[in-house]
Structure formats: structure tokens, C-alpha cells
Design a protein around this ligand. Sequence first.
Ligand SMILES: [Zn+2]
Length: 831
Amino acid sequence: MISHRSVVAWVTVVLCLAAFSERSFAQPSAAEPASIPSPKSVLGFTPGDDRTVAGWSQITDYFARLDRASDRVSVQTLGESTLKRPLIVAFISARENILALPKYKEIQQQLADPRLITQDVQRDRLLANGKVVVTISCSIHSTEIVASQMSMQLAYELATAQDSETQTILQNTILLLIPSPNPDGIDIVANWYRKTLGTPYEGKEPPELYHHYAGHDDNRDWFMLNLKETQLITRLLWHEWFPQIVYDVHQQGANGSRFFVPPFYDPANPKISPLLLRQVGLIGHKIAADLQAAGFKGVLTNALYDTWWHGGFRTAPYFHNSIGILSEAASARLMTPNTVTAEQLARASSRGMRNATEAMTNFPDPWPAGAWRPRDIMAMEMIAARSILSMAAQFRADYLRNFYELGRKNIELPANKGETLAYLVPAGQARDEAVAKMIGSLLDQGVEVFRLDRELHVVLSPQVLQRANPVTEKLGTYKITGQMSALQEVPLGSYIIFLNQPQRANVEALFEPQIYPNRLTAQGEAERPYDVAGWTLPLQMGIEAPAVVFIRETASERRLTKLKDGNQVRADLALALKKGDESPIRNPVKQPVRVGIYKGSMSNMDEGWTRFVFDTFNVPYSSVRDADMRQGALNSKFDALVFPSQSSTQIINGNATGTLPAEYTGGLTEAGVKNLKEFVSNGGMLICFDNSCDLAIKQFNLPLRNVLEGVRSSEFYCPGSIVTLDLDNKNQIAATLPSALPAYFINSSAFAAATDANVRVIARYAKENVLLSGWLLGEDKLRGQIAIAEVSLGKGRIVLFGFRPQHRGQTWATLPLIWNALSSAAATSSE
Ligand SMILES: [Zn+2]
């Protein structure tokens, strides 16, 4: 099956899959203290064994023992997860490096900010003395569980191995091993797995989000930093340790390639340095070659996954001048072996791979189908980890120098007149909480932000003003007067973010509009991007952030304060500061209103993000389950019910009988639909986001239709982009808002109303220039169509949002529409 070519000792040992034991990394020599506990000696099984799983307390317990027993390992607790589990990182390196961690941290911080290095001799000393810092993060997606188990074995083997290659790795690198950045999810999956072991549901995924708010979207949060886990790890990585290489270990579907590694597929984000893309490719190919040499089949490169989107664990590094590596192993059934047939492989196709049986240059050795075990996943991940560490150790000086040079180039001023110098966040936007959140997120990821302590006179970029931000032109909260080319006075108290800082690419990628290339398949259909196409942060948050192309004041005339953290911004804006975990934002819903948020039997990330924004804004709610809906008498409990985006089939049917234990199956059913209609007729308010509008429209025969339903992607496609809404400010739901607003459209809906219908239109997609950031194919289909509508039914009302006003907790521009709707629900209900 697998050949035993002896490439390096490590590979040979890992290969012996049948005999894979806790000693497989390399045999500890007799000199090694016998007191270093193996995972097996602590857990009672070897990580990766079929049908075993270690939960979070077992994993942290193992790492604590390793910390005590090995002078190569130092474990730190970063803080608490969302559900209050400890989030840990294990530093692994040679004993002398572990003893000198503060020194190496200091070196990294200087290399990360070349402005701190004033002399060539100082630079050369840092480059000579520094170590390559590598981060390996396991199982951020908790159902991709194997890597979290692997982390213990990897740590043990690095702590005990005596071979010369391991010694070289330990001497030249410092590994920051994160057993999981989502500890809550590890327990959600481990508990579920144990509970269902030996039942017909063994190996199925748990029927709840594996992150309390975000589920799978916990890996879409790395620039917004909404979640505690992303905040803690971002501090570790981009304020303290600045790793040169970050490896994010994932699993993919069961039936495709066995293992994906970079190079990635197109399109590449144009803000990522070509040098980084080349280095990513080099490491990916090293992993692929090592796997091939070790006899593993089915390794895929240059397919499916791209570098366009921002906000992933492995994409954030590109915007910090670092190398981000992804691997995606084919999944087993959690920790239960799986069998894959040739037919299944033949049906698996993706961007860059015709199917999983056909050899191609980027997939030279298809896997022949058969049994697939957690052990196989673990062995490939261990080889990948070893490949990366070995590259880092061998080319230590190159990695440090490239990292430093990328930062150095970023701090150079633009060569040409008229190029963007900085972005401004002018004072007086009447959006203080959003401004505080955005500036706070920037500071949290290490972006430099200054406050103006004296007025500044600048010339703004006309292109950016017109293309990117309808807010700037249409709101009038901060009025930019005179010619675009004229000097503007920017009030003190405004914020400025200069481009010439080490994180230049990050500032550009967050502030500029994204222009996704028109990519079509041979059949003329839209080629789906891996994730979203646009995310421009000030647009999503409804914040004016014009680009500056000229500043009158010289550097010495400016009065600027460099901000330390988000608290300073909140203090500037006189926002309440509360100690502890709660969000400092005051509930924006004017009257007390009893809100229910629908939570069906099928886990739904949009439901989680809805709870997240309600919790962030301190708006009270309860979750409403299908049983509550079927029981009825909803008016006695709620004034308003919110349905997050979900298809009506999923809402009505839920998980099918027999697919999961009975308590996790079933849906709203006809009875629930009837009760919901009664709730509205009796005076309740129903608020639907995006896909769930379909339920209300079809079940209640509303005089609206989704004009995008069934339209081919060759005609219309918009996979996660920012578009402009025109609001009717006479309607109380839009009354407090500007007349034009950016909104997030992710394969969303657009409505047309019957001509004589009693439909109040609150917002339409703009009549022209709809797209602000991302990709919109077939704009004519969207122009002028209804985006938000309100329909009366009996004594109550239904508010339909064609899009998601709370998408990923990022779209602060459109959140006030939800709060206004709820404020008006209280008014209706009390009538
Ligand atoms: Zn994943």
C-alpha cells in the first residue's frame, strides 16, 4: 500500500501506520528523561486511534504535564474562550531558546517593525540571532477534529526526539503550537462523539454550532475580531510574536483529494506580496513532495482554495508580512473510519480538479479508494508539520530576512504624487460606537492609528470618494466642501491611518474596495469564489473613511497621538467603559420589547451571528425552538420574532427523522407556520432575514416575489459583496439613517411587489452603481428592486430584509435597521 522509502528518519517512522505508536516520531534515546509522559500513558490511547477522542480538559492536562516534564516545552494560557475554557499555546524549542523566550520575542518585534532598527549592524545582529517563529493551529473547525488529537503527539515527539533533524529544528525555530483555537468546539464535538459512539449516529456531526456564536465562521473573523478566541490569538501573534510562518490545519469533505496544500487557486488577492505567494508555494510543494516520498497518494495543489478572501487564520498572516499555510485532509467520520468508493471519488470535482480519480499535474497520484482512517489524516498532518519546521530551520536566515524586508518596503512613502498616503476617519460622524469598534479592531490587529490633536489640511482622493463610499457623499454628517482637489480642513479628534506602516497591505485590503475579477466557467456560469468577494470595512460599518493624497502640514507641524488600544478610542468618544466581559454598548431599542430569535433543529451560523449582535448591543431576547413554535400562544411571550437567514425547507422540516436522535429532528411544521401566522395577525412583528423571507412570502401569500429565484449564475451572481441601498427615510424603520447605505449581499434576495399591493418599501437596491465592493454579475437584475419591505397582516406586520443586516457581526451599517424595527414593534404591541 504505502512504500517505505527512507527519506528522513521521521518519514520512515510515520509510515509504519500499522505499528504507529506514541513513539513514532523518533525513538527517545536512553538519555532522555523517562519522566516525559507519552500521550498514551496519560490518555490511555494513542491520539488518532480509531474511535477515540480526547476532550479539552484531557488535552490541556496533557500539555500541562508536558510543560512540567520537558524543558523544551512551555505552556501559556492566553485567556478564556467564549464559554470560559482556557485557551492555551505551547512554546516548543530547544531548552536554551525556551529559557530565553523574552529575548526572542524582542527580536521578532524589531524585525516586524523595521523603523525600530536604525543601523545595518543592528539589523544584521537580529538576523543572525533570531529564530524562525512558526505557529501551528489545529482544528479551528471542531468537526475537523483529528489535528487537535495530533497536537499532543507532535508536541511529545518534538519534546523527546534526539535525531539530528529534530535538533536542528529545535535550535533554529520556536514553535507556537495551538492545540485548538476553539476549545469550546473540541468539547462540543468530543462530548457528542462519545454520546453517539456505538449508536446509528456514530460519526455524524453534532446538531449544534461548534462555536457558540460563529460555528464554521469562527474562521472568518480574523480582521473583525468579534470573537474572544480571535482576539486572544491575534494579540499573541500580531502584538507579541509575529510568526514568520503560520500553519492552519483543516479537514475537507470525505470524497475528494486526500490532502490539499498550497499553491492556492486563483484569484490571488492583489494586495498579497508576490514574494509571500512564492514562499507559500514553496512550502506547499515541500509538503507535497515529502508526502509523495513517503508513499502517500491523493495530494492536491493549485485547486479549490484561493487567497482572495481576507479574515481567515491562514490569510491574516499575508497582511502581516508572514507566510500562511493551509492543509485540508479528507475527513473520516469524526474519529470513526470511513470507506470511500471509486464512484464517490469520480464524482468529486472542484475548481482546478476534474475529479479525484484523474491524474493531473497538480494531482499526479490519485488515491485508489478504500478505507480512510483518522490515523491516515494524522500521519499526513504530522509530515506536513515536520516539512514546515524543517524548511524553517534550514532556511532560517532567508525567512527572517524576507519578513524584515517586506516590512521595510511597506514603510517607504509612495513614490508618485496623487497616491494614497492615508485613510481618515473624520470626527463627528454620529456613529461613535461603530467608529470605536472599527478603530479598536484595527488596533487589536496591530494597525497603527493616530488621533488628530490639531486640525489637518489635506487633499482627498476623488476616486476613492466616488467609487467607494456613498456615505461620504450622501450623508452630510461630515460635510466635505469645495472642490475634490481643494484643501480640506479635517477637524481635530479625527483619526488617521497612514499607509506607510509595516501593515500597509492590511490597511489597503481593509479600506479599499475589492474588485473581484470576472471569472466564468467554460459554460459561462459564474465561477464561485472560495469565500466572499468583498469586505471593505468602513463600508460594512457605515463609516466615512476617505483616502488622503496630500497633507499640507509637515511631519513636525502635525499634532498626532498614537493610540494604544480600543479603550482609548472609547474614552475619546465618551462611550461608557465597563470592566469585564460585557459589551459597553447601550441597548439601542427604545422601548422594552420581548424578542424571540428562531433557532431551528438544523444549526445555522446566521442564527449564531444574530445572537452575537443582540448580545453585543445588549438587546434582550430568548431563543425560540420548534417545539415552542408548534405549541403556539406566541403573543403571550413575544412582541417580535426574528428569523435569521435559512431556507424555508430547512425551517419547516428541520433534520429528517432517522438522521439524528429524535430530539434533534423535526422542524416548524404546518402547525408552527399556522401559529406564526396567528402571532402576526394578533399584532406581533415578524422580522425575516434573507432566505427566511421565502417562508413568509410563500406560506402567508404575501404580494411579493424574489426576482432572483432560479436565475442562473450566468445571468446574475453576487457571492458576498457590498451594495448600495436607497432608503425611504419617511418610514420609521429608516428614519434615523442616511438616504443611502451600504449593505451586505451574499447570494441574497431582491423583491418585486404586485402593483396594487399594500407593501411599504423601506429600501431599494440603488438605481445605478449598485456595487461598492466585491463582485456583481448582472447588476441590472438588482437595480431598483426592493431590498427591505414591510407588509401588514391582520393587526401585525412582517418586515422582510432581502439581505443579511447582521452578516458575520461585521455589517454595523445596517444594524440600526434591526433596532428601529424592534423599537417600532414595541410601539405596535402596546397599541
Ligand atoms: Zn476547516
